[in-house]
Design a protein around this ligand. Sequence first.
Ligand code: SAH
Length: 219
Amino acid sequence: MTFDEQRERMVQDQLRARGIADERLLVAFRKVPRHLFVPLELQPQAYTDHPLPIGAGQTISQPYMVALMTSRLGLQGHERVLEIGAGSGYQAAILAELALEVFSVERVPELLRIAAGHVSALGYLNVHFTAGNGSLGWPEHAPYDAILVTAAAPDLPEPLLAQLGDGGVMVLPIGPPEGQMLVEVRKQHGTIMQREIASCVFVPLLGRYGWASPPATDT
Ligand code: SAH
């Protein structure tokens, strides 16, 4: 099967079959070449139903998890979105297809360089990257209509909540390294509403407002 055929099958079997129904979202997943975001030797596995290692002990999330998180943002095309944890840049490219502007923060400079390379090679001009501790957000461009955190936080990071605009939505995994709950947070007229979506496992969000150090197993 060609990569295009594998990608189509991923959309049908992993996303649509599990209830991802937003056509704009499915079009984005059909378009973004996920195999270009993984190391060369893992390209044959790029469209499988799994997360994959991308170096520096980090992973590109399972396609369904990327779709589930993105679908909760309800993007229509006019939004400014903050992503914490650029990793491979795949999620940022999906967001670039669906929103107006994407701001993505990554703490590992080497990953950031690779992610930015992937995203610019595909011609996206609406994604902006910076290196740093994303648990502090990216205050210069706040407020955001949507915030997506792709690493597990111990709690709702206060600076991210502060940078979420009114009417905005944030999706993030909260909990210890062994396993977390994916949570949707909405800010409406200054009131915060939280809803649990599904259990999940992400790499830890590190640094202030994140976990203090990598867990012993993450060597
Ligand atoms: N969204 C990525 C997957 C990210 S994996 C993708 O589509 O490929 C989680 C990422 O979060 C890792 O790259 C990790 O280095 C990063 N990370 C962990 N703690 C962070 C922090 N405090 N600030 C920014 N990035 C962080």
